[in-house]
Design a binder for this molecule. Structure first.
Ligand code: HEM
Length: 420
């Protein structure tokens, strides 16, 4: 979008709560970059930071931009208490770990997780991811069509995490129910009855996991749960069941919908830009560039939140103490100051890997190596087995589920020809 086109738009005409804007935020981001790099959402009072350098500075400044949101006004609502009280009475109330902590407390959790989510672990899992991708394609290839989100993008990362949690493949529906339910209260406003229904599902998950923790303490296997229950940093106590419950919650909520969104948006991008699909088919070594560019272009996490611990000035705007700030990775990834022609999808872009789709600094995504491998292997297998992929019918409008922070596609029905 050129300067004149941007200047013809008005900030008041957009809302980040509008599902159309959430689905295609690019025109709004362009306007904010040019006219209002720190935007106060009139509907919520939250401050949205949009430029690449500002987002990076906020993410690195954990003293003034805290991940502990409990102290922020409105974050501890009555409805939230009902949910917590239900968990506390019959399970494990949430404690603050990892994503909801600041240094130095954050380091206790992060050191243990970094040990578990390392490159060797991902290398060991890669042949399994490949087998899984083939199996999923086997299920629909002879039909010549499929609903890509539910038949490929969802089960691929879903089965990988579910197996790591000790579920077997037939329990994927149970895992999906848990993952959907623990994410829902943060995604959509809910009444008391709906919240209690979600709390019941989380209780079911907590009791399953507690039995798993006990079992893996006694009989460790080669899986994530075994590594975490038995991990202990030097001079520190092992993780308590409360802490383990919370970490599992974060791994499921952080690792599932994000990767589904990355895989589905990735294919949709290739369908929208057939020249890029042709390039990738002609030169499969471009797969890494495709993966990074699609994470940049349709970032699965458009933004996450911080709380200011004091008054802070960002790009000329003073954000008062105790404000909720949305760090907008999605906007930073379209900043023309960092990415030339940011609204062009170009799998040969030389700095696509500088995107902040996984954040940066202290809370840099723990699962990024796994997620990248799932995307790469998933698409390598997919493109080796089907060709002439096209939309089987028009996508719903807008194509994404409404969400202020995430970027999940509703569906992606495709038709294709079988290669192998
Ligand atoms: C394409 C897929 C993914 C995307 C786009 C993504 C994105 C992100 C982002 C933006 C953050 C930074 C949070 C912040 O700044 O506060 C983050 C953190 C995190 N991610 Fe991911 N993620 C993905 C996959 C995964 C996977 C597969 C897992 C694990 C199975 C995972 C687990 C986590 C955890 C636990 C954190 C918190 C880290 C901390 O606070 O130290 N993510 N992720």
């Amino acid at each position: 979008m050129d300067g004149d086109a941007i200047r013809a738009l008005k900030i008041e005409d957009f809302s980040l709560l509008d599902p159309e804007v959430q689905s295609n935020p690019r025109p709004f981001y362009a306007l904010l970059h040019e006219q209002c790099p720190v935007y106060r959402m009139p509907e919520t009072g939250m401050y949205v930071v949009t430029r690449y350098d500002d987002v990076r500075a906020v993410l690195r400044d954990t003293e003034r931009f805290s991940n502990d949101l409990v102290a922020a006004a409105g974050m501890n609502s009555g409805a939230g208490n009902i949910y917590q009280d239900t968990l506390k009475a019959r399970g494990w109330g949430h404690v603050q770990t990892l994503q909801r902590t600041d240094p130095p407390v954050h380091g206790r959790y992060r050191r243990l997780l970094d040990r578990v989510f390392n490159i060797d672990q991902v290398k060991n899992l890669t042949p399994h991811i490949e087998t899984l991708a083939h199996e999923l394609i086997d299920r629909f290839i002879d039909r010549g069509e499929c609903e890509f989100v539910s038949e490929f993008a969802l089960p691929l990362p879903g089965i990988v995490i579910a197996e790591q949690l000790g579920l077997n493949r037939d329990d994927i529906a149970t895992f999906k129910k848990w993952a959907d339910s623990i994410l829902a209260p943060a995604m959509i406003p809910m009444n008391e009855e709906e919240l209690l229904a979600c709390a019941e599902i989380e209780l079911e998950m907590q009791h399953f996991l507690a039995r798993m923790f006990e079992d893996r303490r006694a009989n460790p296997r080669r899986d994530l749960v075994s590594d975490l229950v038995n991990a202990r940093a030097e001079g520190e106590e092992p993780l308590s069941v409360h802490e383990l419950q919370n970490l599992m919650h974060q791994l499921i909520s952080g690792g599932y919908d994000t990767t589904i969104a990355a895989i589905s948006n990735g294919l949709w991008l290739l369908l929208r830009y057939p020249d890029q699909m042709a390039k990738l088919r002609a030169d499969p070594s471009l797969i890494k560039g495709f993966m990074e560019e699609s994470l940049r272009y349709e970032s699965p996490v458009q933004g996450l939140v911080r709380r200011t611990t004091c008054d802070v000035e960002v790009a000329g705007t003073v954000i008062p103490a105790n404000s909720v700030v949305i760090v907008r990775y999605g906007a930073a990834n379209h900043d023309p100051g960092k990415f030339a022609c940011p609204h062009q999808f170009d799998i040969e872009r030389n700095n696509a890997g500088a995107h902040m789709a996984f954040g940066i600094g202290t809370h840099f995504c723990v699962g990024r190596l796994l997620a990248r491998q799932e995307i790469i292997t998933g698409f390598e297998v997919l493109l080796s087995r089907i060709t002439d992929i096209e939309l089987a019918r028009p996508l719903p409008r807008p194509p994404h589920h409404p969400s202020l922070l995430l970027h999940p596609m509703k569906e992606l029905p495709i038709r294709f020809k079988k290669l192998a």
